[in-house]
Ligand binder design. Structure first.
Ligand code: HEM
Length: 424
């Protein structure tokens, strides 16, 4: 396998000032919720509430990502997510299209039958047997990370815990050289950060980084090809009947899916759980007294946070939804971030409540044939983290405001400063 040469195009230019606008002052047909600055400032909620109440299936004719439909109510999102014959995952699953000259095929952005065979090829890496094998490894690493944290002084939880733990896990899933694992974080962040937003300046530099990633992984591909099959993602792709002859860009696309899928999302939840419990000390106290509440807390955090704000589909035919006609070829965005706060489904949806009776019904893992492949692994990592935190600390105190990611897709944190209070 050899890496192809790169090429050029355009980056969306959003208006940072939109965060100061009252959504109720904007004509309904001009409402555009696709500006990442709204998410970075955490002011998107009233924009989505207005859409849910007044135009739950809403067409935005002009945006930096082109025209798109917004689906904002829980039930409508379920309908779209489970109707894969009408709403295709091709050519892309984010509101932003891929560049024509830098297409990265990946199975999350494929329809049946190709999606199914590729998913089946790699899913055993995070299947039930694998999880039993991973459990002690995850626990041992969680202990190691927590035991080496500074106590009684502020530090960034995102960097020292959330990124560290998810990167170690990713290295294991890929059987990636452990000492070089920070490369995985770099490529993961690169994939989700637009040029000019803090990592590289130009589209060309971005592509060079991606091709650097491919080149590195081609080395691992060639290595695994000489070895007997094993359970890591790369070996499964190398030896899988459906994937062993894939083109380099498809290999890269699938790698980025598996890197980002297993990284940013779990990372955001690890940070968010600290924030939620610090802001709701009475629920933290209950969980401390009764650690069997940890799984409920994790599910509620995943609902409340919604680590991926949206998934996008493309209509394969004209269809009716919520009294609107969606035309063949239209871009349809399922805003999980809104569905998880739909008051028609969740009482007081903006409250964080680990006793919520339907907290497992959140949309954060999606539904249908593309439902998250790593949800059990993510939950296991989060359960273990909190079991071990409760063994050691009386409180994880958040200091200052979190710094949120500038993204309309990955809804996470760049910074969350905390002070640890050891158990007395
Ligand atoms: C798909 C969320 C953790 C791997 C998805 C989807 C969502 C999601 C929303 C798309 C669902 C749809 O289109 O219906 C999350 C969240 C996580 C998480 C919130 C953590 C809290 C993980 C982990 C992995 C992973 C740990 C492991 C590597 C994948 C893959 C897909 C996927 C491979 C594509 C599935 C397909 O297309 O069939 N995830 N994810 N995810 N996720 Fe996750």
């Amino acid at each position: 396998m050899n890496a192809p040469a790169p090429s050029t195009p355009k980056i969306p230019e959003h208006d940072p000032e939109q965060v100061n606008i009252d959504p109720y002052s904007v004509p309904l047909d001009k409402l555009d919720v696709s500006n990442p600055y709204l998410f970075e400032a955490d002011v998107q909620w009233s924009w989505f509430k207005r859409l849910r109440d007044e135009a739950p299936v809403h067409f935005c004719a002009e945006s930096e990502f082109g025209p798109y439909w917004s689906i904002t109510r829980y039930e409508d999102i379920m309908t779209v997510d489970t109707s894969h014959k009408i709403f295709s995952s091709e050519p892309a699953i984010t509101i932003r299209d891929q560049d024509d000259d830098f297409q990265l095929p990946m199975f999350i952005a494929m329809d049946r039958p190709k999606h199914d065979v590729q998913r089946k090829t790699v899913s055993p890496t995070v299947g039930a047997d694998a999880l039993r094998y991973f459990e002690p490894i995850i626990r041992e690493r969680t202990r190691d990370v927590l035991d080496n944290l500074p106590v009684g002084e502020p530090f960034n939880w995102v960097e020292k815990v959330s990124i560290e733990l998810t990167t170690r896990m990713l290295a294991t899933l890929f059987d990636f050289p452990y000492e070089e694992r920070s490369k995985l974080t770099w490529w993961s962040d690169m994939t989700t950060t637009l040029p000019g937003q803090g990592m590289v300046e130009t589209e060309d530099e971005w592509k060079q980084e991606m091709l650097g990633c491919l080149e590195y992984f081609i080395g691992l591909w060639n290595q695994r090809a000489k070895e007997p099959p094993s359970n890591d993602f790369i070996s499964r792709l190398v030896h899988g009947e459906a994937t062993k002859d894939m083109e380099p860009m498809e290999y890269l696309g699938n790698l980025l899916l598996l890197i980002v899928g297993g990284n940013d999302t779990t990372r955001s939840t690890m940070s968010s759980s600290v924030l939620c419990l610090d802001r709701n000390p009475e629920q933290f106290a209950e969980m401390k007294a009764n650690p069997s509440l940890i799984p409920d807390m994790v599910s509620e955090t995943i609902r409340w946070q919604t680590p991926l704000a949206h998934m996008r589909r493309t209509a394969l035919e004209d269809t009716e939804l919520g009294g609107q006609t969606i035309h063949k070829g239209d871009k349809v965005v399922m805003w999980y971030v809104s569905g998880n706060r739909d008051e028609r489904m969740f009482d007081n949806p903006n409250d964080y409540d680990i006793h919520r009776e339907n907290l497992r019904k959140h949309l954060s893992f999606g539904f249908g044939i593309h439902r998250c492949m790593g949800n059990r692994l993510a939950e296991m990592q989060l359960h273990t983290l909190w079991e071990e935190i409760l063994e050691r600390f009386d409180r994880v105190e958040v200091v200052g405001e979190p710094e949120r990611t500038l993204s309309v897709f990955v809804k996470g944190y760049k910074g969350l400063n905390v002070i640890l209070h050891p158990k007395t």
